[in-house]
Design a protein around this ligand. Structure first.
Ligand code: AMP
Length: 214
């Protein structure tokens, strides 16, 4: 199955994608992760997008479509793909349809994760991840068993995203409502939209997604 996880920043797309990778052998294609990797490795493109990302604005369609095209051409996945944080504009959605058709794949579902703004702000302002394995934590909502030590891999290098601050978050939310939320109508009209309540516990949300995929 190939699915899109659609939702505002902090909706839990990355968290649920990790669960799907683990449970179903799906491959997560996160444009945010790809861009952060480009930034960290200091490629020309990474340097170009760094300031845009830090401010919470969207990078150009051309760049993210190029990244997805590259990954689809070079990655095989028996379990299917999870598009996480892509598409974020109508132009990206059109491009994804064309790219999938080119490699003979189809989109099976677009899971819209609904979470209220207040909860998004709370989730984002306290979140951090293990720099080694990527497991996500939160100051109030999900602490590791031993402070500063990852439950999954034992890593002690915890990292916070540069754009998880109040100013950038406002910009990211605006970008979501302005550029990305029209995709809800776009995929509804195509008959692909599956809305779920993203407000519950991680396991509850995972169960709602399983019910759709099964
Ligand atoms: P994310 O990890 O999905 O929250 O993405 C982090 C940042 O990367 C966003 O705030 C944007 O600056 C950029 N980004 C990620 N995916 C896209 C996309 N599909 N279109 C435009 N910008 C993106």
């Amino acid at each position: 199955m190939n699915i899109i996880l659609l939702g505002p920043p902090g909706a839990g797309k990355g968290t649920q994608a990790r669960i799907l990778v683990e449970e179903r052998g799906m491959v997560q294609l996160s444009t945010g992760d790809m861009l952060r990797a480009a930034k960290t490795s200091g490629t020309e493109m990474g340097n170009k997008v760094a300031a845009v990302m830090e401010a919470g604005e969207l990078v150009t369609d051309e760049i993210v479509i190029g990244l997805i095209e590259e990954h689809l051409a070079t990655t095989k996945s028996e379990g299917g793909f999870i598009f996480d944080g892509f598409p974020r504009t109508l132009a990206q959605a059109d491009a994804l349809g064309e790219l999938l058709a080119r490699v003979n794949l189809k989109l099976d579902a677009v899971i819209e994760m609904r979470v209220e703004d207040d909860a998004l702000v709370k989730r984002i302002s306290g979140r951090y991840t293990c720099g080694n394995c990527g497991e996500g934590y939160h100051d109030d909502l999900k602490q590791p068993k031993a402070e500063g030590v990852c439950d999954v891999c034992g890593g002690t290098d915890m990292v916070r995203r540069a754009d998880d601050n109040e100013d950038a978050l406002k910009t990211r939310l605006m970008a979501y409502y302005r550029d990305t939320s029209p995709l809800i109508g776009y995929y509804y009209a195509k008959g692909d939209l599956e809305p779920i309540n993203g407000l519950g516990e991680i396991d509850e949300v995972a169960q709602a997604i399983r019910a759709i995929l099964d």
